[in-house]
Design a protein around this ligand. Structure first.
Ligand code: GDP
Length: 444
């Protein structure tokens, strides 16, 4: 996960001063030295680090902080607020036209995740903002870029417009505009060509498209894994095309995070989204305040809850909750819940957002947990409907048959039955059907 080592180092720096009772200029300077080193090591731009540390120092040496009851906490707050300033003080979103068609041109170097991000944003705008979206395949340079966009479009049920690789990007864009107008689309997203490096030909093509489309937004994808290169690329694209927003991709990798921390303050272009995986819904709205929380290891519970709301099937949750209220929890309920958990995606990613638990998240093995869940699912799927609803009927011969069917050991079946029994007990307690003394009796 990005920012992992930066979080660790910053927390260490704060710990040193928090143990020292009174804050002095000397221990403050030591701490600031540590903060400076942490940021440089995370690959944050030198100039950005310099002014960041100066700002923190100026505020932290203010008399109010030194005299406050808990000066070290005040310093953490100052660092938090300055991080937020770096990342952009307000949430930035796509500006939609009040009426008619909004146009978005996606630009970026090849391999930064532009085509994937085009589909992710289309998906987001369709589902969250109820937009009628058209994706336009204007990357006629990279082989298979058109097919890639078509496949992605199909998976999110968004129409993709193409004139094939023989037609120029500008001509494709011209025809797409007329097509979108005809079909009353209200958002058109143009996926454009990238190159491995910025060159004259690329910029000319993009400029021509810009002149034709006059886009409401020009969004640039930058790859978090390329560190400070983000800044160089963003600066150049911005100078030539006046970029309106950034999408920082591959934040799920082990990027040190410096690029994201530098790019806003150097280019003054806001970050709109971060992309953190290869799936179409691995896209997060960017909130500077929440990102500052995450960098300081304070988790990001708000984003977690929002993702849960988006991804969980409310009907399934309601039904299970209803049954639990009646004190019922069977293998069918467990199966439904396993399905919901796997929809939430990476456990490690989820736990990273929970304050306190994020420190242990890095030790979690997503693959192991996934294979455990798959095993549990296979066991339940090998049961008959009667067995799933009446687990008490599971005696030796049935267990043998189920284990064989799921390709696991009887021991695994027993373990799952035990887990279900524990959940049933909890459910009964919550529904008031079993009182605490009964629990004690049961354990004896
Ligand atoms: P383009 O050349 O800029 O259009 O790049 P693509 O959209 O084809 O993406 C290049 C590769 O990066 C593909 O394999 C994508 O699946 C992958 N990719 C894109 N975004 C992300 C991301 O946020 N995280 C990870 N891990 N991979 C990504």
């Amino acid at each position: 996960m990005a920012f992992e080592s930066l979080s660790e180092r910053l927390n260490k720096a704060f710990k040193n001063i928090s143990g020292q009772g009174k804050l002095t200029e000397k221990n403050m300077n030591d701490m600031l030295k540590e903060v400076r080193m942490s940021l440089l090591e995370a690959d944050v731009n030198y100039e950005v680090v310099k002014s960041f540390v100066e700002n923190v120092k100026e505020k932290a040496l203010g008399q109010e902080v030194l005299d406050s009851l808990n000066p070290s906490q005040m310093v953490v707050k100052i660092v938090h607020d300055e991080l937020q300033v770096l990342l952009g003080e307000e949430d930035a979103r796509i500006h939609f036209k009040k009426q008619g068609m909004t146009t978005v041109m996606m630009v970026g170097l090849q391999g930064t995740g532009k085509t994937t991000a085009s589909a992710k944003i289309a998906n987001y705008c369709k589902n969250k903002l109820a937009r009628r979206v058209l994706l336009v395949a204007c990357d006629v340079v990279r082989p298979a870029a058109i097919e890639q966009l078509q496949t992605l479009g199909k998976s999110i049920d968004v129409e993709v417009f193409t004139c094939g690789p023989e037609t120029s990007a500008v001509e494709t864009a011209r025809q797409a505009l007329a097509y979108a107008k005809d079909r009353q689309k209200d958002l058109v997203i143009f996926d454009t060509a990238g190159r491995l490096h910025i060159d004259e030909a690329l910029m000319q093509e993009l400029q021509q498209m810009k002149d034709l489309v006059v886009p409401d937004e020009i969004l640039l994808t930058v790859d978090a894994m390329t560190g400070q290169d983000i800044v160089t690329v963003a600066k150049e694209f911005n100078e030539q095309l006046s970029v309106t927003g950034l999408i920082v991709t591959k934040m799920d990798g082990d990027a040190r995070g410096g690029g994201l921390l530098s790019v806003r303050s150097i280019t003054n272009v806001p970050v709109l989204f971060v992309s953190n995986g290869e799936k179409v819904d691995d896209l997060e709205e960017f909130h500077p305040d929440r990102m500052a929380d995450r960098i300081l290891g304070m988790g990001d519970i708000v984003t977690l809850v929002e993702q849960a709301q988006d991804k969980l099937d409310i009907e399934v949750q309601k039904k299970t909750a209803e049954r639990m209220k009646q004190g019922v929890f069977t293998f069918n309920d467990l199966l439904a819940q396993l399905g919901q958990v796997s929809k939430m995606g990476s456990m490690q990613k989820m736990m990273n957002m929970i304050p306190g638990i994020n420190k242990v998240a890095k030790n979690l093995d997503d693959e192991k947990m996934n294979s455990q869940m798959k095993k549990s699912e296979a066991i339940i799927l090998s049961m008959t409907e009667y067995e799933r609803e009446n687990p008490s009927c599971l005696k030796a011969s049935r267990k043998n048959r189920i284990a064989k069917g799921a390709g696991v050991k009887v021991m695994d079946v027993n373990r799952l039955i035990n887990q279900l029994e524990q959940m049933q007990m909890m459910t009964k307690m919550m529904s008031g059907k079993v009182k605490l003394p009964d629990m004690a009796a049961l354990q004896n």
